[in-house]
Each structure stands twice: as structure tokens, then as C-alpha cells.
Design a protein around this ligand. Structure first.
Ligand code: SF4
Ligand code: SF4
Length: 363
């Protein structure tokens, strides 16, 4: 198979029928949250899409992001996406090691200069270049060198997107995110600890289809997957609105599926697609399994004030709402909703979402 084949040619070589290709396009459009009417546009774009080279670098990380991705292979869409990108370098998945591995990275950088996609998981230590090295090259130098010829960068996981666990106080290695270092390339942050596999592949599919990155939110995350809070889409929301909260993980409320707000759920402040895309091939997600959201897709979530501590709602907001005759649950709901909205609105004033055209203009 040549790297110059288009995706359409590769699928035909593999015996995928036109009907199978259109099914693939429908699934791809749905994964990118596009309406069904976009299927033919996706088909046309994918038919001509070249097979992109992908270089994947892992820095200060736990390999959870790669594990998340590789354990989610049941949907064929994901294996198809990965069969049809040229994954030229990945520390964990590649067969080569030592000099041969580094030669593969240099060859891909040279052969596809300006066109390859760089995926990064893990944070970068600035405290001392020797804290984390690969083949004797510091993470900082490897990132700068590899980013130079990249068309775009996907920062996978909260460590690459925001610094994550290594960045948590007291941050002994001086860990920072990819966007703290690289300023002259389009970067999309697919945060989460780990990120949802279908969101990673959705962003890859978008790049493959349209040759650019999707619209991003104020934290550089794709709006289609991070545009709504966990709380907005949580199936326990009716209990929250009625003021029905579990007080312990094994009380009657917990058994009845009541809201986990008082057990520390950070869903009202967390933007991610868990409630809709779920995990393990759509089987379940943390709140459905009885545990509150930890806020893992948000910046500084490790330092945010306790996984099992309830979010604090200003008493003035509660009193105002209760004074109008609303119940405590509804009042808490309004206050938390207002806080989440305020956070979003403030951030939007700082940075409007970028369009693909703007991102391409920046590169
Ligand atoms: S607080 Fe958590 S459990 Fe309760 S409705 Fe919101 S997201 Fe769901
Ligand atoms: S429910 Fe919250 S903590 Fe759990 S994976 Fe989703 S965003 Fe992360």
C-alpha cells in the first residue's frame, strides 16, 4: 500500500464496496457530530483524502491515553481510521526500537514535511531537560523539532492539553502543556484523563476528511465534543432539579440513582462528551456506574479542591432563588448552572472559538 493512495483507493484495494464505503462515511459524519445530510460531502472528501502521516510522541504520561485508544477497537470505524493513517512513529505501538525508531521519526518528518499530523500525550518538563528524555533527546527538544514540520498538533489527554497530573502542585518537574511551548501551529486539545477514544478518532476523522481542525472552544477543545457540560446531558439531572441527592455511596438515594452532587460530582463545571458518547463502546460512564465526575477534562482538575468535596454554591445565589419560592434542589441547580455559564461567558470574552479558516490562517 502506497502512502500516496487516497482513502477511497485503499478501501477499494481492500475490497470495501461502495455501500460499505458510504456506511463508513455515515459513521464518520456521525462521529464528527455532522448532520446526515453531510454524508455525501464527507464521502467526496474522503474519496480524495490522502493517507496522512501521523507521528505520536509520548512524554510525561502514564500510557493511559494510548491504552484508552487501543482498548476500544470493537467499532470498525476506529480500526478503519487507524488502518488508513500512516502511523509512522509511536513509542508504545511501534515494533522498531532504538536507532531504527528514531530513524523512522526523522524519515517521516523529512518525507512529509508540512503535512504530517503530530499527536502528543503527556506533559513536558521544563525544570530540567534530563527529567524525561527519549533516545537521549529531551522532551522539549523533541517536541520543538517534530512540531516544526507538522501541519497540526493534537494534544491527547489532560497532561498534553493542560499539564495534567505532572503539573499538579508542587509540580516537581516544571511540567507544562504542548500549547505552553508551541505557539505557531494549529493545536487541538482532546482533554480527559484519559480522553474518550471516539473523541480522539473523531478529531482524526475530521482532519482526514477536511484537512483541518474542527471549531474549538476557549480551551482549544473541539466544540462538538466539549460544547456541553456533563451536567447538561446527565441522566441524573431530573433528580438534581428536584433536590434529590445521594448523601453516601450506599444510601437509599444512591441505590435509587439520585444526583451525586453532594458526593463531589464536578459535572456542573466539566465539559466533555461522557454523558452522550459513554465509555467501553457506549456501555456506561462513571456517573452511570455510581461515581461522580472528577472534572478530568478541565485545566488544573487535580488541584481544584478535592474529588469528594461538593462544589460550593454561593449562599446568596441559594437564598435569592429560595426567596422566590423555588426548592433547594432547583436553587442549587440554578446557581451551579449560572456558575458554569459565567465561567463559559468570561472565557468566551477572553477568546472566541477559532474556526478552521482562522486556524489555517495562523499556521
Ligand atoms: S451534579 Fe453530577 S450526578 Fe448530579 S446531575 Fe449534575 S452531572 Fe449528574
Ligand atoms: S465523567 Fe468526568 S471525570 Fe469521568 S471521565 Fe468523564 S469528564 Fe472525566
Amino acid at each position: 500500500m502506497s502512502d500516496h493512495n487516497t482513502l477511497g483507493e485503499i478501501l477499494r484495494e481492500r475490497g470495501v464496496s461502495r455501500r460499505g464505503f458510504l456506511k463508513f462515511c455515515t459513521a464518520t459524519a456521525s462521529m464528527m457530530a455532522l448532520p446526515p445530510t453531510m454524508t455525501m460531502a464527507v464521502a467526496e472528501a474522503l474519496e480524495k483524502a490522502p493517507r496522512p502521516s501521523v507521528i505520536w510522541l509520548s512524554f510525561q504520561e502514564c500510557t493511559g491515553c494510548t491504552e484508552s485508544l487501543t482498548r476500544s477497537h470493537a467499532p470498525t470505524i476506529e480500526s478503519l481510521i487507524f488502518d488508513h493513517v500512516s502511523l509512522d512513529y509511536h513509542h508504545t505501538l511501534q515494533a522498531a526500537s532504538g536507532d531504527a525508531a528514531e530513524a523512522a521519526r526523522e524519515e517521516a518528518m523529512h518525507a512529509h514535511h508540512g503535512k504530517y499530523l503530530l499527536v502528543v500525550d503527556g506533559s513536558i518538563p521544563l525544570g530540567d531537560p534530563g527529567f524525561s528524555t527519549i533516545a537521549g533527546i529531551s522532551n522539549l527538544d523533541m517536541l520543538k523539532e517534530t512540531a516544526e514540520g507538522a501541519a497540526a498538533i493534537i494534544a491527547v489527554g489532560t497532561c498534553a492539553a493542560f499539564g495534567g497530573l505532572p503539573h499538579a502542585a508542587p509540580n516537581p518537574t516544571g511540567a507544562v502543556s504542548v500549547s505552553d511551548i508551541i505557539k505557531d501551529k494549529p493545536i487541538v486539545n482532546v482533554s480527559g484523563c484519559p480522553p474518550i477514544p471516539s473523541v480522539i478518532t473523531g478529531v482524526l476523522a475530521h482532519f482526514l476528511t477536511f484537512g483541518g481542525l474542527p471549531e474549538l472552544d476557549q480551551y482549544g477543545r473541539p466544540m462538538v465534543f466539549f460544547g456541553q457540560s456533563i451536567h447538561d446531558r446527565c441522566y441524573r439531572r431530573p433528580f438534581y432539579d428536584k433536590g434529590l441527592f445521594a448523601e453516601t455511596f450506599d444510601d437509599e438515594g444512591a441505590r435509587k440513582g439520585w444526583c451525586l452532587y453532594r458526593l463531589g460530582c464536578k459535572g456542573p463545571m466539566t465539559y466533555n462528551a461522557c454523558a452522550t458518547m459513554k465509555w467501553n463502546q457506549g456501555t456506561s460512564w462513571p456517573i452511570e456506574s455510581g461515581h461522580g465526575c472528577l472534572g478530568c477534562s478541565e485545566p488544573d482538575f487535580w488541584d481544584a479542591g478535592g474529588f469528594y468535596k461538593a462544589l460550593s454554591i454561593p449562599t446568596s445565589d441559594l437564598a435569592g432563588a429560595i426567596g422566590t419560592g423555588l426548592g433547594v434542589g432547583a436553587a442549587v441547580g440554578i446557581a451551579a448552572g449560572a456558575m458554569a455559564h459565567k465561567k463559559k461567558t468570561d472565557a468566551e470574552h477572553e477568546r472566541e472559538p477559532l474556526t478552521v479558516e482562522q486556524l489555517e490562517g495562523e499556521s
